[in-house]
Design a protein around this ligand. Sequence first.
Ligand code: ATP
Ligand code: MG
Length: 414
Amino acid sequence: MKTNAILVTFSEVFLKGGRRGWFLSKLKEGIERQLSGAGRFKVRELHSMLMVISADTRGNDFADFEVDKGIRDALARCFGAVAFHPCLVVPREISRMEQIAAEIAESDMNGVGTFKVDTTRTVKDFPLDSMEINRRLGGVIWEKTKTPVRMKDPDLTVAVRILSNFAAISLEHIRGPGGLPSGSSGRALLMLSGGIDSPVAGYQLMRRGCEIDAVHFDASPWTPPESREKVEKLASMLAGYQRGMRLFVIPFGDVQAQLRDSAPGRMLVVLYRRMMLRCAAEIAARTGALAIVTGDNIGQVASQTLENMTVIGQATGMQVLRPLLTYDKMDVVDIARKIGTYETSILPFDDCCSLFVPPHPETAAELERVQKIEESFDIPALVSSAVNGAEYMTFGQVSEPADARPAPAPSPVD
Ligand code: ATP
Ligand code: MG
């Protein structure tokens, strides 16, 4: 069967309330943007679905296209879509649908042991009901192929949708990424290291409709240039899931060296991470981000015990989101592979968190002790010199300048 459209279904959840039109426009925008790299398409709004059609379609004369790998990869990035159905859209006449059923019998039943026709009427003004349509089209296919019908788990489902002006017939159901449309949930700032976790954490936020920017703490010259290049590559990959992304690279080697010189080695990871959060909060205030996102995971490494995460989080009044907190590593790896960041993340270049840290760092830091150590440093000066030295780059399209919304960082709680 040929394809001349892809029907897009979405969860009804985000259509509740008065924001239906807005969510739909975001979803439509995201699909158009993602597909722009895979061919020439336009997106029409139907009653309860969206329909992707070729840009060559004139009126109701739908142009055929092939659903190739480029299109499939693009669809996997369309957050908010629950499923895609490549289909053949035809006039809403039973004789025309029977003709398509005959074509399916001829060209799509090879190796198919059982089948069913499954009709949904999205509008009820069609003279035949769903059962009758199933019976008529199923009858055509059975006549020609003698393939048995099976209602539960057939090899092939011929899905027929009766729309207001057309019928759409499809043989394939492609699972969408789900979540919420890109750009529908506000902005967040991802702390992006070169590891496996943080790109996945960023993806999880994007999947829930947040637009993210990224901040990376760079300990060169103690870390090799490849470690920085790796982060840039990861940022450019993540940027492909939304309109574009900003990456702020903060020189952090000096801060780390200063802390190393006067603070107990056991405490360094906690101190580094508190400094990172303070710097991130400054950047977040500039980009308009409402939260900082990390790849933290309970118990994974010393800085990620509940005790340490509490003390680290108290360095800023800004909300810190840790979407991978409860994930097992293998689940994170599965997502990293799916979104394409895994191979880059496992390249063996050192990251700054382990710099100068002894083999047995503190796992149960106490806020008072940490604050006492910090008293011997000019924390605000260290933060502002690091943040002022930030380099900034963009991937894809970014609408606002880096400092579009300068605002003071929220005051720390401690
Ligand atoms: P990842 O795999 O993301 O590197 P990890 O398991 O190695 O995580 P840590 O090194 O403790 O864990 O870092 C925890 C989180 O802190 C990271 O997921 C990331 O969000 C943030 N982080 C750590 N190092 C950096 C860095 N150099 N720049 C930006 N963020 C960082
Ligand atoms: Mg790391």
